[in-house]
Design a protein around this ligand. Structure first.
Ligand SMILES: Nc1ncnc2c1ncn2[C@@H]1O[C@H](COP(=O)(O)OP(=O)(O)O)[C@@H](O)[C@H]1O
Ligand SMILES: [Mg+2]
Length: 239
């Protein structure tokens, strides 16, 4: 596997359990700087568990994770400091806080006030709807706006790599397209993206490379567009 500096994330032989259930089974993969990599698989494939291992929320039982040239620290806040943010499954924004307050939570570990102000401008440029609604409560946002807020909150930590867990889930196709376009802009801005999705078609269309997960194991990987052309594979693993 490529150990050079252009690999930002290298995962080697990672396994993770819940009691006796092996959710992630000896997974190895890499992500290069600036890439959009998709991790695709049906419900229960182990996608969320994999991201939880990378965000410090779940402790792997075996394997090695090297991020930006060093082993991944153990705790969530250290991982955020090292440059990984997660946009969790189901958005998990705070309904009783305003848009602005939700965004401030995303940068609560930062002290560089000028940088924070700049990043706030950056996320409002990316998501003008959020600026319009910055003083509204999270609960009053539409599903699409909540997803935008979750992505924006992730960006407020100024990550080197942004990980997203099924950002398209439950959203109308037109909103999904918009979110995918947003992810493209984020990657063009230099942030690496690791995208977990069940929506294989959209993710393959967007990503540079993809891995297919089946019952905790990587069963295939290739350039996104090549996998997109392989209908049999898509039906076999992704339904
Ligand atoms: N908190 C949990 N406790 C026990 N088993 C879990 C838990 N979370 C997930 N699992 C199991 O781990 C496997 C992988 O789940 P998950 O990582 O959520 O998959 P995906 O995100 O691809 O749907 C599934 O068999 C699921 O039932
Ligand atoms: Mg999941």
């Amino acid at each position: 596997m490529d150990a050079s500096n252009d690999v930002i994330l290298r995962v080697d032989h990672l396994s993770a359990f819940y009691g006796g259930i092996r959710a992630v089974d000896d997974i190895s993969f890499y992500v290069k700087r600036g890439e959009i990599v998709a991790m695709l698989g049906a419900n229960g494939a182990g996608k969320s568990t994999l991201l939880k291992c990378l965000s410090g929320e779940h402790k792997p039982s075996a394997g090695e994770i090297i991020f930006d040239g060093q082993p991944l620290p153990a705790h969530c806040h250290q991982i955020v400091e090292r440059g990984i943010s997660i946009v969790p499954e189901g958005r998990q924004i705070f309904y009783k806080l305003t848009v602005l307050e939700n965004l401030k939570i995303g940068c609560c570990q930062r002290k560089d006030k000028a940088g924070i102000r700049k990043d706030l401008e950056m996320v409002f440029d990316l998501f003008p709807r959020l600026e319009e609604r910055k003083n509204q409560l999270g609960a009053l946002l539409s599903g699409g706006e909540q997803q935008m807020l979750a992505v924006a909150r992730g960006l407020m930590a100024r990550p080197k790599m942004l990980m997203l867990d099924e950002p398209s889930l439950g959203l109308a196709p037109i909103i999904v397209n918009q979110i995918m376009e947003n992810l493209k802009s984020i990657a063009e801005g230099g942030t690496t993206i690791l995208l977990v999705e069940q929506n294989a078609i959209k993710a393959l269309d967007l990503c540079d490379r993809a891995y297919i997960l089946n019952v905790g194991r990587i069963v295939m990987d290739d350039i996104g567009k090549k996998l997109l052309a392989n209908e049999k594979l898509l039906h076999a693993y992704l339904g």
